[in-house]
Design a protein around this ligand. Structure first.
Ligand SMILES: [Zn+2]
Length: 203
């Protein structure tokens, strides 16, 4: 489990890691403080019933993963348009999932999956307040998906797990994420807010 070896993280970030070589652990602890800062910003007005998604572009620079181009979204959406900058390789995106209801642990949405697949992100990270989830695209992953179809499917799956099987909403969201990862051959990592993540699924 040679997981925190920088060159493995580098191959993942640059989209060069095959599914066979994906590690069991993923260490994003060097960006954890920044991710947690953006989470706190997302919920700083929650007492007044206001939450705001924040996001950033993930880049590989000077042999490290970094967050740049921090962007403020709305209550439930964010548009990230990575700009190419000399010396930085674009890896993917990061964003937060705050809810004014105080829900925690809600991982990727159908919209998020559509964006990750169709914009060819290598790595996508969501901070849900209680845990951090990561999608890693690899040599087997889908490269194109119909956005409406995947959003519909995500909603059907969450509803099915949440209402029929009475699974809590965060677990229903997690199950939906794993189902979509299986369909689209995307690796899924999840872990605590210190950025140390464990593999839950790989194709
Ligand atoms: Zn999202």
């Amino acid at each position: 489990m040679a997981t925190s070896r920088p060159h493995i993280l580098q191959t993942i970030c640059l989209g060069q890691c095959t599914s066979n070589n994906l590690p069991d652990q993923l260490d994003l602890s060097n960006i954890a403080a920044e991710m947690n800062r953006l989470w706190r910003r997302s919920i700083r007005e929650i007492r007044r019933g206001i939450v705001t998604e924040y996001g950033a572009v993930l880049v590989w620079q000077h042999n490290k993963l970094r967050l740049t181009q921090v962007t403020q979204g709305t209550e439930n959406a964010i548009a990230l348009k990575p700009r190419a900058v000399r010396g930085q390789k674009i890896v993917g995106t990061f964003h937060t999932h705050p809810y004014k209801e105080g829900w925690l642990g809600i991982t990727f949405s159908g919209e998020d999956f559509a964006s990750v697949i169709n914009t060819h992100e290598n790595v996508s990270v969501v901070h849900s307040g209680s845990r951090i989830a990561v999608l890693v695209c690899n040599d087997k992953s889908s490269r194109l998906v119909n956005g409406y179809d995947i959003i519909d499917l995500a909603n059907v799956l969450v509803r099915q797990y949440y209402s029929k099987e009475h699974i809590p909403l965060d677990e229903a969201s997690l199950q939906m994420n794993i189902d979509l990862c299986m369909i689209h051959k995307i690796a899924f990592y999840i872990g605590a807010l210190d950025g140390r993540l464990t593999l839950r699924y790989k194709p």
